[in-house]
Structure formats: C-alpha cells, structure tokens
Design a protein around this ligand. Structure first.
Ligand code: NAD
Length: 390
C-alpha cells in the first residue's frame, strides 16, 4: 500500500532543490544553482515556550471555542484531569482512552462522548497516539483541534492520519486533519523517560533525513530539516546526560516541531515505508522502530543523495549511516529489532512486503539490499560502510 507519507505521489514537483548553506559547515561553493520548486505553507498557529500551557484558555477563546473535550491516553489521564480542572466550565469532559495507531473503535467511542458532551473543540494532551485520536475526531466532526504535544513524534504539525481497523492500518492525508493550534511547552516533555525521549527524538530526526532527499523537497523544507537535525542531535545528548535540563528539552521540542513540519510538507521514502511495514505487520513500537532503522536507511541512500545530505553527513562526522549509528550507541538508543521482539524469520517477509509496491526513493529499492539492511538492523550491528566523500 502506498502511504501519503511516501515520496511517490505523482505530479508533486520533481524539483531537485539544493540543501541550503544554513551553517558555516557548508561553504557557498557547495550551493548549486537554485532549481524550480513549489512551496505551500500550512495554515496553523504555533505557540512555543516554557509555561505556554498557561495560555490554553486564551488560545481557546481566541479560536472561538466555548467548550472542549480533553483527550489523553490512560497513562496521562491524571494530567488530562488537571488540565480539565484548569479549564473549568470551558471543559466538556475528559476522554482518556487514546491508543497507539488510532484504532477506529476507540475513535467511535470518543465521537459518542464528544457528541453527548456538547463540546465544540478538542484539546489533545500527549504524544502521537493522543494527537491521532484528536485528528480522527476533527476529521469526522470538523471541530477545532488544539494540541499540546508531550513527545517529539511531530504528528501535531502534519495533515496525516494513520488509523487501524480489523488489524489493517490505512493512512489519509487531508488539510482538515492538520491541528489548528499547537502549544509547545517544553516543561511537559520533561516527564518523558530518557529512553523514550531518545527514541522519540530519533523518530523526529528520521522525518528530517527523509525530507532532505524527498523528491518534492524545497529550500524551506531542507532548511528546516537541517536545523531540526542540528537541534535534536545537541538536545538528545544533553537529555541523555541531564534528563531535566530545561534548555535541552526546549531545543528538542523545537527540533520536533521542525522535523514534524517537514514530515507534513514533503513526501517520505524508504525509511517510513519500512517502519510502516514493520509496525503494521509485526506490531513493533513506533518510535523505537524508527530509531533503530534510521542509521541503516540513511546509509542505504547516502551515496545517491550525497549532495542533499551534505550538511547532515558533516553533522554526523563524515559518514551519515555509521555516524548516526555511533550517535545512537553513545546515547544508549535501541539498536536491534531483535530486542523489540521481532522474530528473525520475519526479515524475509518484511523485505518482500517493503519491496513489493514500487515507490520513489533516491536509490533503487532491491530485495537483496533491503534484506541485508533489515538483517543488520535486526542484529543491531552498524550499517554497511559506504564511501561518501567528506
Ligand atoms: P505515544 O503517544 O503512543 O506515547 C507513548 C506513551 O508515552 C503513552 O503511554 C503516553 O501516554 C506516554 N507519554 C507521552 N508523553 C509523555 C510524557 N511527557 N511523560 C510521560 N509519559 C508520556 O507515542 P508517540 O511516539 O508520540 O506516538 C506514536 C503514534 O503517533 C503512532 O501511532 C504513530 O503512528 C503516530 N504518529 C503519527 C504521525 C503523523 O503525522 N500522522 C507522526 C508521528 C507519529
């Protein structure tokens, strides 16, 4: 199945926009002539900063919302109830059953609660699972969505909704899915355990790496992707060393916004296709799967997308795949699909599924290459060394 995440949408600009020299790492000599591109900006409001949670009531009023249903996972129910108490009469209730991959049966329960509560809007408090439920509700009811992200997954700034029904995941892309207001308060992600923070941050970085070589990339998406990678690399190292470092949490959330924005703006390729396949077919955890595959998919594409990945390659020491792998090792990120419970025999099936439907990727996707990539990722060994000029 082709996903709207992916880079195979026909007719979406085939411009080969260069990466921008957004750092002294890249000299002006590296910049090729600017190619044609299209750029569409997303109509949403971003409120960023420590303590911005306090602006929720003002933001709701500004958007014309009278009563909101607060959403969360069962794990974050207490936080959602605290938020509901702060909203007072502007809160129409709490629905705390959000689950990974937006199961349609949960959405249907939430729609019942939403309709009975007289709410005109939703406030999604949490990570990608809660954001997904908010998107599913807004897509079906047309209500206003305010999102308060507490992970780095980036779903809050994309017009993409992945849903599961009868064990099958489908993905929809529609402007109506994009949340209206996002309140990024870095203090809220400080409760995310270090291991989850690292996996979530690497999940965000994967959006940026794929955006850099996306077929429909543009100078703004590349600028945002490079800056997203820079900020998350620095932030994750600091979070690993001092988890409650406020500056690092802030830098990570800033990076998550940038990386999520490019996920929403341009098409994704091999990496997202593989994660989609592994998540959907073998029920592997979302952020950890992204984190493990990133060095391997980057290595797979790094020669064909050498120019587009130039800044990222320098950022990670001259070889993007092995640099990302060493970085992941240095912050004790998950490295092996085997550790997530994927059986070794599943590599054959996964490689076949991932190569069955043709989709755009800078390097041709062949069964043997993907099988090798998945085997290394399963074992947790570094990606195949490819020679990339510094
Ligand atoms: P998640 O939302 O499933 O959160 C994982 C767990 O961490 C949950 O129990 C959650 O309550 C808890 N949690 C979240 N923030 C916390 C915090 N600050 N402190 C303590 N616990 C916290 O995880 P995720 O990785 O953010 O989201 C994964 C889901 O998002 C997947 O379903 C994925 O498909 C979807 N996603 C969608 C898009 C998109 O554009 N559509 C993009 C990225 C991810």
């Amino acid at each position: 199945m082709n996903s709207p995440h992916m880079n195979n949408r026909p007719g979406r600009g085939a411009a080969s926009a260069p990466i921008l020299p957004n750092s002294s790492i890249i000299s002006s000599r590296d910049t090729k002539a600017m190619s044609a591109f299209t750029y569409t900006s997303a109509p949403h409001r971003i409120v960023f900063g420590s303590g911005t949670l306090n602006s929720l009531t003002k933001e709701l009023r500004g958007a014309g919302c009278k009563r909101s249903l607060v959403l969360s996972t069962p794990f974050q129910k207490n936080d959602a109830e605290e938020l509901a108490a702060v909203l007072g009469s502007a809160c129409a209730g709490v629905f705390a059953n959000a689950a990974m991959h937006t199961p349609v049966e949960v959405t249907e329960q939430a729609i019942q609660v939403f309709s009975n509560s007289g709410a005109d809007s939703i406030v999604a408090y949490g990570g990608g699972s809660t954001v997904g439920l908010g998107k599913a509700l807004a897509f079906r009811t047309g209500c206003t969505q305010i999102v308060i992200p507490t992970t780095y997954a980036g779903s809050e700034v994309t017009p993409i909704l992945g849903q599961t029904e009868n064990g099958k995941k489908t993905t929809t892309r529609d402007p109506k899915i994009l949340p209206d207001i996002v309140i990024y308060d870095p203090k809220l992600s400080a409760t995310l355990p270090v291991k989850m923070s690292i996996a979530s941050g690497l999940n965000a970085m994967a959006h940026a790496v794929e955006a850099l070589y996306a077929k429909d990339r543009n100078p703004i998406s590349s600028l945002m992707a490079n800056e997203g990678l820079r900020s998350l690399k620095s932030a994750l190292k600091s979070i690993y060393e001092t988890p409650d470092n406020e500056k690092a949490r802030s830098e990570a959330l800033y990076g998550a916004w940038l990386c999520g924005s490019v996920l929403g703006a341009v098409g994704m390729s091999l990496h997202h296709k593989l994660c989609h396949t592994l998540g959907g077919s073998f029920d592997l955890p979302h952020a950890e799967t992204h984190a493990i595959l990133l060095p391997h998919t980057a290595a797979y594409n790094q020669i064909e997308a050498k120019d587009e990945l130039k800044y990222a390659t320098k950022l990670f020491g001259g070889n993007l795949g092995s640099g990302l792998h060493s970085f992941a090792q240095s912050i004790e990120a998950p490295l092996a699909l085997a550790d997530l419970g994927m059986p070794k025999r599943a590599i054959d099936t996964a490689a076949k599924l991932a190569t069955e439907n043709p989709y755009w990727n800078p390097r041709q996707v062949d069964l043997a290459g993907i099988h090798d990539l998945l085997t290394r990722a399963w074992e947790g060994i570094p990606p195949e060394q490819s020679k990339v000029q510094k």
